[in-house]
Ligand binder design. Structure first.
Ligand code: DAH
Length: 576
């Protein structure tokens, strides 16, 4: 027997009479060490890994217990008692430290999320924005309300728990109808059982039936609501999403397919702007006949956004409306799809994860250039096209010119664009952009103009206040970050945009005076013509400063009041 091997407890234990020797103190030391490391643990995850390494299946204390089988009965008892005692102490220590650490963690969390309710001012507390989905559903509902549709939102009229009857059967989808396979439902009881089946509704079309049962035609309703489908979650699918349903019933023959198409087209134009291209395709829904699907042209592709059709007479009849006397149309669409198109959201999951960084971005594309966005261009493209005042756009503007040369450039000259003298009377920060100043500019007109310009990096508010400037004044009004901007403050700028300098009119020029270029005496164009004929891209690249810093177009000086414009600023650079 080798006394020297005694320290290797597991291997040699059974060959000794361990309890008289150093085993007991060793177990106790192990226990004390364990308790010390528990006391110094600083996170709940650290405590959990200590628990596993000590008391888990392969833990060191558990391992000691297994040595018991090799001991004499007498020894077993005492050994077991010792180990159990150590184990109990460790358990208590773990429990106590866990409680402490969790309390500390909670305090840290609470501190980090603390809101000082005494902070003055609403904006400084970062009050939340509207959720893009709510805005979309509200907007859609409003458009139909303006067409005389009643809203249906009450829980009793638009329940999310539906019977199979309202969700499918009354909508002309019998039990074996293939449409039921299309919509995998969350059933609340056995769909094959003898009782009425209940489910989370798979579409808002169920509301149609409730309304047909409840109302006497003629009527029109719009029903926004939440729906549920068993889908695999990915960037375009979610188990819970939202739809908006419409239904219009009139005396038979009053509402035609043409009316339906007109209504849908009007709605889509209101939603996405008048430029939206809409396409109707024949389709199939059990509750409408004929049925159509509707696509919009979105970023280079047709994108399906809506289903609709003339209400199938069998649906009317089932709901107690005489199809000989009444007819109508219905439509339904997914609110998420609309919001994704409107706000440029590419992953449906963004709507639901409550990330403030996501929500803080709204209002978004919608206010900055829907047309460009629908066409798949960046928002700054449209700003450049529309001759906006944001400095950042100018790079885009140059690129745009290369890619898309204006068609009718030949007869366009600088007289199409109007430049008026104005004085900046007020300057304030744009609420949603740290690059933009908002300015009130007196251009000698009935009321001052509001213009947003990307000058924050180059001028302070006090630099600008009281400054006499040249305003590009016949541009179409457009929103910059949600604020309508009526024109653009003319600046000279270096190619790398590092320097941006205001173009200054001579000191005797009066607010409202229009700058002239000799030899170019044509009438200024309207904002719409400027957009349509891409005049900004055609004309502005030739507007520059000369070697003296004066503004010239194709070498001809810009003049106003008694003299030339802009001398002393940047020389031989672009103006815009
Ligand atoms: N309920 C259909 C769906 O969820 C959408 C729909 C299609 C609604 C045609 C309608 C309609 O009202 O007429 O896919």
């Amino acid at each position: 027997m080798n006394q020297g091997s005694i320290s290797l407890i597991p291997k040699t234990y059974h060959r000794l009479s361990p309890l008289q020797s150093s085993i007991k103190p060793q177990i106790e030391t192990t226990g004390e060490e364990a308790i010390a490391s528990i006391a110094s643990a600083t996170s709940s995850s650290e405590i959990e890994s200590l628990r596993v390494s000590l008391l888990g299946k392969k833990g060191s204390i558990t391992g000691m217990m297994s040595l018991m089988r090799d001991l004499q009965n007498e020894e077993k008892k005492e050994f077991g008692r010792t180990v159990n005692e150590v184990k109990g102490n460790i358990e208590k220590a773990l429990e106590a430290r866990k409680e402490e650490v969790e309390r500390e963690e909670l305090m840290v969390k609470m501190e980090s999320e603390r809101i000082d309710v005494t902070t003055p001012g609403i904006m400084s507390q970062g009050v939340g924005r509207r959720h893009p989905l709510s805005m979309t559903m509200e907007r859609a509902t409003e458009i139909f309300m303006s067409l005389g549709y009643d809203t249906v939102t009450e829980c009793e009229e638009s329940p999310e728990i539906e019977s199979d009857y309202y969700c499918f059967e009354a909508l002309n989808c019998p039990p074996d109808h293939p449409a039921r396979d299309m919509q995998d439902s969350f059933y609340l009881n056995d769909p094959d059982g003898p009782e009425e089946t209940y489910m989370l509704r798979t579409h808002t079309s169920a509301v149609q039936i409730h309304q047909m049962e409840k109302r006497k035609p003629p009527f029109r309703i719009v029903a926004p609501g939440r729906v549920y489908r068993k889908d695999d979650i990915d960037a375009t699918h979610s188990l819970i999403f939202h739809q908006v349903e419409i239904l219009a019933i009139e005396e038979r023959g009053v509402l035609t397919l043409g009316d339906l198409k007109g209504t849908v087209e009007y709605f889509l134009k209101q939603m996405f702007g008048p430029e939206i291209k809409v396409r109707f395709r024949g389709s199939y829904f059990p509750f409408t006949e004929p049925s159509m699907e509707v696509d919009v042209w979105f970023r280079g592709k047709w994108l399906e956004v809506l289903g609709c059709g003339m209400v199938d007479p069998r649906v009317l009849e089932k709901a107690g409306i005489d199809p000989e006397k009444y007819s109508g149309f219905a439509a339904g669409f997914g609110a998420e799809r609309f919001a994704m198109v409107t706000y440029g959201i590419t992953d449906i999951r963004e709507f639901y994860n409550g990330d403030l960084r996501f929500l803080d971005q709204f209002p978004h594309f919608k206010d900055q250039g829907m047309k460009a966005f629908l066409e798949g261009r960046g928002t700054s493209d449209v700003e450049a096209e529309e001759g906006g005042g944001d400095k950042e756009e100018k790079v885009e503007k140059k690129e745009k010119k290369k890619a898309d040369p204006p068609a009718a450039g030949a007869e366009l000259d600088i007289s199409k664009l109007e430049f008026k003298v104005g004085t900046i009377t007020k300057v304030w920060e744009h609420p949603d952009s740290d690059k933009l100043w908002c300015e009130e500019i007196d251009c000698g007109e009935e009321s001052p103009r509001t213009i947003c310009s990307g000058l924050r990096a180059h001028y302070s508010a006090s630099d600008l206040e009281g400054k006499k400037v040249v305003v590009f004044s016949n541009l179409k009004k457009r929103k910059l970050g949600g604020i309508p901007s009526d024109g653009m403050v003319l600046c000279s700028f270096t190619d790398d945009d590092s320097k941006v300098v205001l173009i200054e009119p001579p000191s005797d020029a009066e607010n409202g005076e229009v700058c002239k270029f000799e030899g170019y005496e044509g009438e200024p164009a309207t904002g719409n013509q400027i957009d349509k004929k891409k005049m900004v891209q055609a004309i502005m690249p030739d507007l520059k400063t000369d070697g003296d810093g004066n503004v010239v177009w194709k070498g001809v000086e810009m003049k106003v009041g008694g003299g030339t414009v802009g001398g002393g600023g940047l020389k031989d650079v672009q103006v815009g």
